[in-house]
Ligand binder design. Sequence first.
Ligand code: C6P
Length: 412
Amino acid sequence: MNNADPSAVEWDVIREDFPILRQEVRGHPLIYLDSAASSQKPRCVIEALRHYYEYDNANVHRGLHELSSRATDAYEGAREKVARYIGAASAEEIVFTRGTTESINLVANAWGGKFLKAGDVVLLTEMEHHSNIVPWQLLAERTGIKVRYLPVREEGTLELAELDKWLTPEVKIFAFTHISNSLGTINPVQELCRAARKVGAISLVDAAQSAGHLPINVQEIGCDFLAFSGHKMCAPTGIGALYGRRELLTAMPPWHGGGEMISSVTFEGATFKDAPHKFEAGTPNIAGAIGLGAAIDYIEKIGRAEIFAHDEALVAYAIKRMAELPGIRIFGPSGKRGGLVSFMMDSAHPHDVTTFADRYGLALRGGHHCNQPLMRKFRLPGTTRASFYFYNNRAEVDRMIEILKEVQRFFA
Ligand code: C6P
């Protein structure tokens, strides 16, 4: 992964694949630095959706007609692509969901609801997104399980020296983010999964911020579950996936009930299909899954190692340039990090910085980034965040710096 040469890729040509980036916003060229919230979509993904609706649209797994079998083939083909993309042993280990949030809720309810009992511990970390906190808190209210948090150090990395202390025998699942959406920290997921296994706990990786940015292989990571969202990796909104190890998915009961997930129903009860279909009740997001498949093809053609090297180079450049600004605090680790940077300016509240930047066509994100407990721990009202993807470039970073200088002049 570290051997990738981002200079060998024609990033400016790739940028042309994103029609949305050509527009002006408030009279200025759009600079989109909010890809951690949602990425933009290349033309080939938009085209895949259009093609599906123009030629193949029908429900899956039902009709015995041509369009339905085409839609089914495309939908199941997308599942195969997801499985290959994350190195799953088979497509049966991939459940389509609406995204990371739904994937984690599925695990909390279906796996947690069956296998956790009062007194068991769910270990999270202090840098989790609300999506990997609230489902467990809801489960705790129902079942009496305990939710604990591995601390985050001042510099934005996990307190790994204390890992053994937190991974007690009561811990049944350790669920953590791969890349923090507000700090950019890249967690050592392989090491964390190994540590969980040592105490007999299973592991869940929240890959919302990593799936579209770096190579992932669930078998190498050694995780039991992995969740991600399509919309952060060039695919449409409303589609994502949950990877689950086959034995776990087989042992878990369904979560939602309805059509598509049953083998047989009587007035008294029902039997269910095997995983993954028993977790996909109702008509799924067929077009979304096909769009996700197209996004995977597209990202693989560019190369995830190259994308990560581009992220790293751009964020390093941004941090170097931001150091020129007085009265700016940058959060997150000083070493290796994902392609985003959160900061605070002495002169203005993060919301004001973000609103001001928007006047110049610069899309940043300001607020708590769904990390309220972490913000509270660091006594921050929130941060401003610039997040990068492979269609961003140094000229955009330079323009961001000019606009931030303008912020300082305006709010001085
Ligand atoms: N973070 C951000 O701007 P969904 O909404 O289900 O696609 O993803 C939720 C989620 C889960 N985990 C992490 C680490 C995330 O970053 C996110 C989404 C967005 O940072 C929206 S708050």
